[in-house]
Design a protein. Sequence first.
Length: 224
Amino acid sequence: MTAKNRLRAHLPDGIEIGQRFLLRFDDPRVEMVSYQGRLQDLSKSGLLCFDAPDDIRPPRGTPVAVRSLYRGSGGSSCSFSSEIRGRGRLRGRLPVLLVERPDHLEGDQARRGAHRVSVCLRGDINWREAPRCPLQRANAVITNLSGGGALVYTRQQPDAGFLDVTLEVPTQFIEETARRSLPRMGQTARRVSLVSNPFIDACERTGERFHGIRSSIVSCRTHS
């Protein structure tokens, strides 16, 4: 058995080396809520190695939801929940996140909730051409949102592999989303509301989800 076949034998069915995934962190300590990365390898201890920028450093034990962006060679897509086990450098160079291998995967059925939405939102993008270079910023228009990405139109072509995208989301949408996230107002909620406003807090949390979304550039085209 070749090394490649041995590696494939230890990967869960539906996951392939080189496949792109969206990783979303469920921890308020993590500044970047989500980013796109490629599965680069399986460590000797059985951890999944996803490439990741140096500034993405979720603490060990951070819950992470992982979903494939494209179907594998078997024609299926997948998602799973796991946790971060640390960081490392693949072959001493490429920075990677180490993710616990999942016990089971969710298949295509779970992706039926990921719809494509035809919207046209203003926003901005930020990037660095190199880790120590100054932060670059440009206005953008974001369209065709889906669980796997979006189309971003801007007058300046970023010379980078990753972007931080911020969306200008309508206030009505933020307020309605925040309102639905609140529990029913009971006795405990009334006591808390004496020292804070749960609705305003929920609006702030909801709005923060649309700021600084770490995304990778899949393809770039210039239109004249």
